[in-house]
Write a protein that binds this ligand. Structure first.
Ligand SMILES: [Zn+2]
Length: 418
């Protein structure tokens, strides 16, 4: 019974965000990775379908998008001490107790995974006097990260970054599954930002990659011959996994014949093009000689025009000025006076807009331009003493405390106030 509930967590499957601030992407990624671990934890509630305990990391709207899920899950509560007097009541109590225990274990495991993915100081606001983070559910921890580190403008940037992932290059030295997974992850992340990417888009990006590889030319062609209904992302994946594996295993005849046919096909097309070209150039030559004849006739009829000496000089000057300007622009660009760097202004994946904290976790500079202060959480935050959601000590917390009158509250980040 103990073994069933106390399953080990596999932290190696949880990506660590070393040294970087949480971002929308890293938070979403952690949520998804943790969710996967929780799926295998048995949950007695049949409404959780095949998703085990994973519901504890998803907000309702995201949870309801899961396969087969049709209702919100109400987490079990502590059934307390058994006070009944029948066998039936005792069984009910036992079951409720077990559900509660499993739920608590899942929450504890989740907290461990979240702490593994992020740093202690990302949760400073939630720590009690001993530096412990106690009494928060997984959802509350994730909400805290979103609240503290994700700004609305970030969403637009992350969407752009994710679209870049969708357009990434397929690396033929790796299994195609690696490529598939990366784009699928990007699609899922985009989905959680309410940006839907359909199968057709994934396939389009995939084809763009695969068609660059000569040994997949045939397979790209045979894919194009499929009907619209057959062109699903699932089928696309297997189609090219098979093609790539065949390429690896089979250097033999079938493929060679196929390649030869493909080449022949191209040569034939080339021939056709050549004929069209010949016809066109014949027509062009006809036209040119007609024009030449017309021109000679005109020239004979008219006075010779003034020599175009001056205008030619003007042109030369113009070209010179433009070239100089271009050179100037070019040298400015490669000089790299700004901060941008080689990514052309795009923020690379996993980076973030916030400056890093000091080594000890205290903030080095302002994150928010407001004057909000909270008795429990301190300064440079997005809420105040009145609206705090992180109150640890209801009796001590002073709702009237402000940055100018802290009433003995937290001094965190107050050094950033000017
Ligand atoms: Zn607060």
């Amino acid at each position: 019974m103990l073994n069933e509930t106390e399953e080990a967590i596999d932290l190696t499957d949880i990506t660590r965000n070393n040294d970087s601030q949480p971002t929308l992407i890293s938070i979403t990624q952690a949520r998804r990775e943790i969710s996967r671990q929780l799926q295998t934890r048995v949950c007695a509630d049949p409404q959780t379908q095949d998703h085990g305990h994973s519901y504890i990391v998803w907000n309702n709207s995201d949870w309801l998008k899961k396969k087969g899920v049709s209702s919100q899950i109400i987490p079990p509560t502590n059934p307390g001490i058994y006070g009944g007097n029948t066998h039936q009541l005792l069984e009910i109590h036992k079951t409720a107790n077990m559900a509660w225990r499993r739920y608590k274990l899942a929450q504890a495991a989740t907290k461990k995974m979240i702490m593994h993915a992020f740093k202690d100081y990302h949760f400073l606001e939630l720590q009690d006097d001993n530096g412990d983070i106690v009494g928060y559910t997984a959802i509350e921890l994730f909400d805290h990260l979103m609240d503290q580190y994700v700004q609305p403008e970030d969403v637009a940037d992350q969407v752009t970054a994710l679209h870049k992932v969708l357009e990434q290059e397929y690396d033929p030295t790796e299994a195609p599954q690696v490529y598939y997974k990366a784009v699928q992850d990007a699609r899922n992340a985009l989905d959680s930002l309410n940006q839907t990417v359909d199968d057709e888009t994934l396939i389009r990006h995939g084809l763009n990659q695969f068609k660059e590889h000569i040994d997949l030319k045939l397979d790209v062609r045979s894919w194009k011959l499929l009907s619209r209904a057959e062109k699903t992302w699932k089928r696309f994946k297997t189609h090219f996994i098979k093609a790539i594996n065949d390429n690896k295993n089979d250097t033999g005849t079938l493929k060679a014949i196929g390649m030869a046919n493909a080449v022949k096909h191209q040569i034939e097309q080339g021939k056709e093009n050549h004929e069209v070209l010949a016809q066109a150039s014949f027509e062009a030559r006809e036209k040119i000689s007609t024009l030449e004849r017309n021109y000679t006739a005109l020239m004979a009829a008219k006075q010779p025009p003034p020599p175009p000496q001056e205008t030619a000089d003007d042109r030369l000057n113009q070209i010179k000025v433009l070239t100089e300007r271009l050179n100037l622009l070019e040298s400015n660009k490669s000089g790299g006076g700004g901060s941008g760097g080689r990514n052309g202004g795009y923020r690379s994946l996993g980076s973030n807009s916030f400056p890093k904290n000091n080594k000890d976790g205290t903030r080095a500079c302002r994150r928010w331009s407001n004057d909000e202060y909270c008795w429990t959480c301190g300064f440079d935050i997005k809420h105040n003493s009145m609206t705090c959601k992180y109150i640890k000590d209801e009796a001590a917390h002073k709702k009237e405390a402000t940055a100018t009158n802290t009433m003995g509250g937290s001094t965190r980040n107050l050094h950033l106030r000017v």
